[in-house]
Design a protein around this ligand. Structure first.
Ligand code: ADP
Ligand code: MG
Length: 408
């Protein structure tokens, strides 16, 4: 039987490449072609480094260099060279390389005279071994760092829990103290409110009596036509008015600061009629328009308080306006409560005062510019608080809107 050595070589299950001393490829096994994704026609008789260049995308690629050195050694020293494992990516397409690790072995074939005629370049593809080993180390590293992280985390968590427990304990203590303080404060607030109410009430009677006597005296001295006396009379009248206003507001403020009085159903249509009747004087004087929907809702509350609330806000809207006041009352039913808005076209309030104006005696203008005690909004706030709602303001140069909520 005649053996076709060429075919036998090509079919042999090893990755072999045969080079001449000029490093041109003489022949190659099918297995080598398969592993390097090349074809016989494209590589045979070409220089090995022309067909197997370094991966240009890999800055560390030095497969070509190492193989060159090894092959030169094999040629000059005429001994085989077992190269260490190389990373030598293979070219898949024009710009694409695939990562490959090789274990190469270069064996010189010598003629009788001892010259190198051929070199067998045999390689073993160890890519999968390297990759799985690399994965293992990666995982090991990751596990170690994960473990460390977990340890740190649990220490942190433990520390957090410990701190939280301490804070909780501290909070509980503080709460207890606060509760006691609040209870005492509520008590004294009630006492103070009662005191203020009684005082204001008790001052009112003698004050009224003084006023009556003063008017009698005024009538008598008026005939004297003394300019300075008349001026003094005017000052006394103004002062009286002011004190009277203060006493009234103080009384209301004290009353709404005390525990809420009995809640009743309040028809806001009727209530607003009463409010406009009470404010009739300034409404007519200023030719003001007060608009509100005909279907104002029925709510539950303390009648005199809710009346006071609407009256104070509409009163302010009338007062703090330099044009013809146009005041709009609107509402929205949220299902659990009703949100009201009272909008005016007045002088507006600067943003810095949006909260301060609800404090007692807080006013933004002198009494000569706009009369008042600065208690109106403080009263409103207390009333809304007593009803479990909230109140706030929004304002710009076009006017002011007060928003407040009341239970249904
Ligand atoms: N509708 C409004 N437009 C502009 N400023 C207002 C309005 N309502 C309240 N203010 C400002 O808030 C201050 C406090 O209001 P309030 O407590 O009712 O006091 P008073 O009406 O007695 O001055 C007022 O002095 C005024 O400066
Ligand atoms: Mg007011």
């Amino acid at each position: 039987m005649e053996i076709d050595y060429q075919a036998l070589f090509e079919k042999s299950p090893g990755l072999f490449l045969v080079l001449d001393p000029e490093l041109k490829i003489v022949t190659v096994t099918d297995a080598y072609l398969a592993a390097t994704m090349t074809s016989r026609e494209s590589i045979v008789s070409k220089n090995i480094f022309d067909v197997f260049p370094d991966n240009p995308n890999d800055a560390d690629a030095d497969g070509v260099n190492k193989l060159k050195i090894s092959l030169q050694n094999v040629i000059s020293l005429k001994v085989p060279d077992n190269m260490p494992i190389q990373k030598y990516d293979i070219k898949k397409s024009e710009h694409e390389f695939e990562e490959r690790y090789w274990s190469p072995y270069n064996l010189p074939i010598l003629d009788k005279a001892g010259n190198v005629t051929l070199i067998i370049h045999s390689v073993e593809d160890v890519t999968s071994i390297i990759q799985s080993r690399r994965l293992e180390t990666l995982q090991k590293d990751e596990n170690i760092s994960l473990n460390n992280q977990n340890k740190l985390k649990s220490q942190e968590i433990y520390e957090h829990i410990r701190q939280k427990d301490e804070v909780n304990l501290e909070l509980k203590r503080t709460n207890a103290v606060l509760e006691e303080k609040t209870r005492l404060l509520e008590l004294s607030n009630e006492d103070l409110a009662l005191f203020a109410e009684t005082a204001a009430h008790d001052i009112k009677a003698p004050f009224r009596s003084i006023g009556g006597h003063l008017e009698i005296i005024f009538k008598k001295v008026k005939n004297l036509n003394d300019e300075s006396i008349n001026q003094s009379i005017e000052s006394i009248r103004k002062g009286r008015e002011r004190i009277s206003l203060l006493l009234d507001d103080l009384l209301t403020f004290a009353r709404v600061s005390r525990s809420a009085e009995g809640a009743v159903k309040i028809d806001l249509n009727k209530l607003l009629q009463e409010v406009t009747a009470n404010l009739e004087y300034s409404i007519t004087e200023k030719k003001a328009q007060i608009r509100y929907p005909h279907n104002m809702p029925v709510i539950t509350g303390t009648y005199f308080q809710v009346l006071q609330l609407f009256q104070n806000l509409i009163g302010n809207a009338l007062k703090f306006c330099e044009d013809v006041p146009v005041i709009e009352v609107s509402f929205a039913d949220t299902g659990t409560q009703i949100e009201f808005a009272i909008k005016d076209n007045g002088i507006g309030i600067e943003k810095d005062y949006f909260e301060k104006i609800f404090d007692p005696f807080q006013r933004l203008h002198g009494v000569d510019a706009y009369a008042g005690t600065g208690l109106g909004l403080a009263i409103c706030k207390r009333i809304v608080d007593q009803h479990g709602g909230s109140i706030r303001v929004s304002s710009d140069k076009n006017g002011t809107t007060f928003y407040f909520s009341l239970p249904l």
